[in-house]
Write a protein that binds this ligand. Structure first.
Ligand code: MGD
Ligand code: MGD
Ligand code: SF4
Ligand code: MO
Length: 679
């Protein structure tokens, strides 16, 4: 009988959709649909995942374990059995730990799946029990998390469903139509009731083109804009006096701090005219409810944490948190107070041969970790990630991955650039094929998915691979033998009130359950900030502003050689590098948008091949000349598969190893380059 099964989209996307899988008599899926009952999914999926069955049943899936037979990076492999693969990995890891110490082993993973078990479950237990190096998972959001925590003492956000009540919505470094499409229907609803929708972005992408107003800001200058908005709000007495008095600390000092930030000063830095800044400040402070959708674009620059913090302070000045449909949304993930300690078992490090907490290596500095760390990294285990495409300063990363004395294991679904560097390559299941529980960073529903489809070939879930490795290495802690359901029960074993009453049984029955955050969730309507005082603490003494070194106002010597600001934001048709093998995806990520005023002196026209370069590297793309980018900015949608690009080089050959002001994040969008036409 044809049937419909439930799943959850596991991709690294705020929407975390509830998915329905139509299955035919033979257990083969015929269609994926958005669950109409889920309040945020609302019955539709994005274009890329609507087509996910092509990926699921692709002849290019990795179906069996493989051992490398050619040089590293070439991608030549021979099939081996699971027993051989596990035995060989166990033996190599054991020998490496004995010779160089367990910290010479490094796991490397990110959010290929947002599932708890396959993302941070048995893998963490395994590496903790070994005493392997720990990985600081900073590649995406850590600067923003640090900035928001500085602002609010925690990271609660307003929820998508509330946007329908807003009267002014600002997408600040947020490409909603491209990366967060399930927020859009709520914005459409708000606009039908008269709301205005503005975007603040150096690139007027699809979202910006659909806005009532677009503010084309210079990259990395958002803090200056936020300071000037505060200047106008406080100078004109537009703050919410009652809210400020009752729920904030340090207003007088803040007012003093922002006094020098007159609109003209911010205009010079941001490129947004002073009168527009004044008008925006007035409108923002006097429109209720006012919502800011701040996504992660702002924090991928050198001063990204400070910018996030200052934007995060705005609703405390205007009292926007009091309103349903008012406040800021960056991420909702913090409210998922599950038992991560029990899931990940960091305490196992103490019983490991290391006997203490292992060192932490920052994933955004993978190039340094592989080339210069002491003690050296001798074994690398990669899963849920494609570092050979997505990491900054990619030439250094490739150099490290090519080392002959590095033993590399990769768990993958597809033959990515990273897979090409593997010594042993293991076939991984997709989210349609394994059990997992899912948090979200764009809504407040916890979800559970059971396998909807049978795994093809010999593909295995990450959980099972690490279970087998633990057994082969003679690791004895009983938690290393836990089943997926055992791990789920541990994960749900928490006394936090937001999780009250949520059990494995109720999740199995209902598939998604709203956290008990209240409805609507108004985290700071009555104060309740995550600070010692419970108030929003402005801490004006720690507010400062610096322009990024790599920007038009930055290092003049660098600017003379590399006069264009490169941003490499998300593509619309993929998920970072996940669908990079699709030809139309390769075309999208192979295109560089330049402003006509920057193209003309370089004699570049649409369709021309162009070379981008800086001191770190170069790559070749195809030009699209258009005023949708701010003058002086070039935009390369990311992330392309390097091996599909000319010379094996994509945009991350140019991005910097520098880290953000806080949080240790990468500065993908603070990057100076030169562009020239290729003849
Ligand atoms: N289709 C699709 N969806 C995705 C992804 C994908 O690759 N493709 N990736 C997923 C992931 S991993 C994440 S983290 C989220 C991210 O989702 P977003 O944060 O929305 O994505 P970004 O493209 O990183 O940045 C958003 C916007 O910030 C702009 N921007 C760049 N620099 C600046 C700046 O200095 N100031 C301002 N104001 N704006 C700036 C960019 O032009 C972009 O339009 O999306 C997720 N969803
Ligand atoms: N230039 C530039 N670089 C960027 C960014 C940018 O905006 N510009 N964005 C950055 C950001 S925000 C992020 S989050 C990172 C993303 O970096 P990654 O998390 O590495 O991103 P993906 O390209 O989504 O790769 C995920 C991989 O995991 C695999 N995978 C999926 N599910 C599973 C599973 O269950 N098991 C196993 N073993 N594998 C699985 C997929 O096949 C895919 O190859 O990229 C960063 N890099
Ligand atoms: S990628 Fe995002 S929008 Fe698309 S189906 Fe998955 S969760 Fe939904
Ligand atoms: Mo991300």
């Amino acid at each position: 009988m044809p049937s419909t099964r439930h799943s959850v989209c596991a991709l690294d996307c705020p929407d975390a959709c509830s998915v329905l899988v139509d299955v035919d008599d033979n257990g083969r899926a015929t269609r994926l649909r958005g669950n109409p009952r889920h309040p945020v999914t609302q019955g539709f999926l994005c274009a890329k995942v609507t087509r996910y069955l092509e990926r699921e049943y692709s002849p290019d899936r990795i179906l069996h374990p493989r051992r490398r037979i050619g040089p590293k990076g070439e991608g030549k492999f021979a099939r081996i059995s699971w027993d051989e693969a596990i035995a060989e990995i166990a033996e190599r890891l054991r020998a490496t730990a004995v010779e160089f110490g367990p910290e010479s082993i490094l796991p490397y993973s990110y959010a290929g799946t947002m599932g708890y078990l396959n993302g941070s479950g048995m893998d963490r237990r395994f590496f903790h029990a070994l005493g392997a190096s720990r990985l600081d998972r900073t590649i995406c959001a850590s600067a923003g998390a640090a900035g928001m925590t500085d602002a609010l003492g925690c990271r609660y956000s307003i929820e998508p469903e509330q946007f329908r009540h807003s009267k002014l919505i600002i997408a600040w470094g947020a490409n909603i139509l491209g990366t967060n499409v399930h927020l859009w229907p709520f914005i459409v609803e708000a606009r039908r009731s008269g709301a205005k929708f503005y975007t603040i972005d150096p690139h007027q992408n699809r979202t910006g083109r659909a806005a009532d107003r677009h503010f084309g800001i210079h990259p990395g200058t958002d803090a200056a804009l936020a300071l000037a908005l505060m200047h106008v709000i406080t100078a004109e007495g537009l703050e919410d006096r009652d809210y400020v008095d009752r729920h904030t600390v340090g207003f007088a000092e803040l007012q003093e701090k922002v006094r020098p930030w007159n609109p003209q000063r911010a205009a010079d830095l941001t490129g947004i005219p002073a009168e527009d800044i004044v008008a925006l400040a007035r409108e923002y402070a006097t429109t209720r409810p006012a919502a800011i959708r701040l996504n992660y674009g702002v924090q991928r620059s050198e001063r990204g944490a400070m910018a996030t913090r200052l934007i995060g302070l705005l609703p405390a000045l205007t009292g926007a948190w009091k309103d349903v449909g008012g406040g800021v949304q960056l991420s909702t993930s913090q409210a998922f107070y599950l038992n991560r300690h029990g899931l990940e078992r960091p305490d196992l490090q103490m019983q490991s041969p290391l006997g203490r907490e292992a060192r932490i290596l920052n994933m955004s500095e993978l190039g340094q970790a592989l080339n210069t760390a002491e003690p050296p990294v001798k074994a690398l285990v990669v899963y849920n990630s494609n570092p050979a495409a997505i990491a900054p300063d990619l030439n250094a990363v490739h150099k490290g991955l090519r080392r002959d004395d590095l033993f590399t294991v990769v768990l993958e679904q597809f033959q990515t650039d990273t897979a090409d560097f593997a010594d042993i390559l293991l076939p991984a299941t997709t989210f349609l094929e394994h059990t997992d529980a899912y948090y979200a960073y764009g809504h407040y529903y916890l979800q559970l998915a059971r396998p909807a489809l049978q795994a093809p070939g010999e593909a295995l879930p990450n959980t099972e691979v690490f279970r087998r490795l633990a057994a082969a290495m003679g690791l004895t802690d009983p938690c290393l033998r836990d089943s997926d359901d055992d791990m789920l029960r541990t994960l749900l074993d928490t006394s936090h009130p937001f999780l009250e009453g949520i059990t494995l049984e109720s999740l199995d029955e209902r598939h998604f359950i709203r956290l008990r955050v209240g409805e609507p969730f108004l985290p700071f309507a009555e104060g309740g900030f995550g600070t010692p005082s419970g108030k929003c603490e402005f801490h004006a003494e720690t507010i400062d502003f610096e322009v990024p070194v790599e920007s038009r106002a930055g290092d003049p010597e660098l600017l003379a050689r590399y006069p264009l600001e490169l941003i490499s934001p998300k593509n619309s048709g993929s998920m970072n590098s996940t669908f990079g093998y699709r030809p139309e995806q390769d075309a999208e990520t192979g295109q560089l948008t330049l402003h006509p005023d920057d193209a003309a002196p370089r004699k570049i026209e649409t369709g021309d091949p162009v070379r981008l370069r800086n001191d770190r590297g170069e790559c070749v793309m195809r030009a699209l000349v258009s005023p949708v980018v701010t003058r002086g900015v070039v935009c390369a949608p990311s992330v392309r598969w390097p091996k599909l690009a000319q010379g094996g080089a994509s945009i991350n050959m140019l991005t910097s190893r520098r880290l953000t002001d806080k949080g240790g994040g990468p500065v993908f969008y603070s990057c100076l380059v030169q562009v020239e036409r290729l003849d």
